[in-house]
Design a protein around this ligand. Structure first.
Ligand SMILES: C[S@@+](CC[C@H](N)C(=O)[O-])C[C@H]1O[C@@H](n2cnc3c(N)ncnc32)[C@H](O)[C@@H]1O
Length: 310
């Protein structure tokens, strides 16, 4: 059985142990990957990437009604509970303005990935609409296949190719479009070498074989960009004032706490009116996202009121 997961958001559906019987029913492929812990409890073989993917399929089917989900070999297999946490905390942030979580929010996911994970959770948990941007053609095709493979999703999720790999929001947010929020899990390493080392470390910790890591550790391009996450997020911050009237909250994960000071400086330079940080924890793993806005409280209230009127 999986360990308890302290620190997850109260609305996160993944508190406590996995109900493996229910998950095997949701995805029968999972049954072949069940093992026994030394204490004699049933668990999933987390060292086997195929098992982790089967667990993800089961979680998405059981909790989020996503019956058809797959990713190409080599692409990120996202830990669902942690990704769900970002969505729930973002929902709280959107709810602060009016006192209730909006059910008709429109959200931009920068770097939607092959797995399309944030839109899937956001649509099913809150009924939000998503635009997902992506530079990788393979990732985009995979995300589109997920959207097409599940009834109702094509009305809620649209995907856009970012043609300029040096741009983040530019070219994606069109004139006259409005978003309640943007979210992002940025490429965090600063070189292909660092991304390889990171995948290698993860592989060793999980006891995976080299072959497994190559197939499932995450594509190097997904995981790194010149200058790492500080450069990526700084670029996003620099582009954001131009969309300050169209987007209520910009947000992004920041994988390392020590990267926050230069990002706060960039936000001050950009003229952000308010900056918030949400700490998140899944087991031993700490993470956080930052969010910023160019609208004061009153403008945010009016923005939401106008959007709710249609
Ligand atoms: C760390 S992955 C996150 C994937 C997925 N959202 C998740 O959380 O598992 C980062 C993604 O951003 C994409 N990406 C990199 N630069 C981008 C850009 N300028 N605009 C949009 N997507 C970008 C990568 O191709 C990759 O799929």
């Amino acid at each position: 059985m999986s360990p308890q997961k302290p620190g997850l958001h109260p609305r996160n559906r993944h508190h406590g142990r996995y109900d493996l019987a229910a998950l095997c029913q949701a995805n029968p492929e999972l049954a072949q990957f069940l093992t026994l812990t030394p204490a004699g409890q049933q668990s999933v073989d987390f060292a086997n990437p195929l098992a982790v993917k089967a667990l993800n399929k089961a979680l998405l089917a059981h909790f989020y009604g996503v019956a058809s989900w797959d990713i190409p070999p080599g692409f990120l297999c996202p830990p669902v509970p942690g990704r769900a946490d970002y969505i729930h905390h973002l929902a709280d942030l959107l709810g602060e303005t009016t006192g209730s979580i909006p059910t008709a929010a429109s959200v931009l996911d920068v770097g939607v990935g092959a797995n399309c994970i944030y839109p899937l959770i956001g649509v099913r948990e809150y009924g939000w609409r998503f635009t997902g941007s992506e530079t990788s053609d393979t990732a985009l095709a995979s995300a589109q296949a997920i959207v097409n493979g599940n009834p109702g999703l094509s009305r809620a999720i649209r995907l856009r190719r970012q043609k300029d790999p040096a741009a983040i929001l530019n070219g994606i947010i069109h004139k006259n479009e409005q978003y309640d929020a943007t979210l992002c899990n940025p490429p965090f390493h600063d070189s292909a070498e660092a991304a390889r080392e990171g995948s290698e470390r993860k592989r060793r910790n999980l006891g995976q074989s080299k072959h497994d890591a190559l197939n499932f550790g995450g594509q190097q391009e997904e995981l790194w960009c010149e200058g790492g996450e500080v450069a990526f997020i700084s670029k996003m911050i620099a582009e954001s004032p131009a969309f300050g009237r169209q987007v209520m909250w910009f947000s992004t994960l920041v994988s390392r706490g020590e990267n926050l000071p230069p990002l706060y400086r960039a936000l001050t330079e950009a003229g952000a009116v308010k900056v918030v940080k949400k700490e998140m924890a899944q087991g031993q793993k700490q993470s956080r996202f930052i969010a910023w806005t160019f609208m004061d409280d009153d403008r945010r209230r009016r923005f939401m009121a106008r959007r709710r009127q249609g």
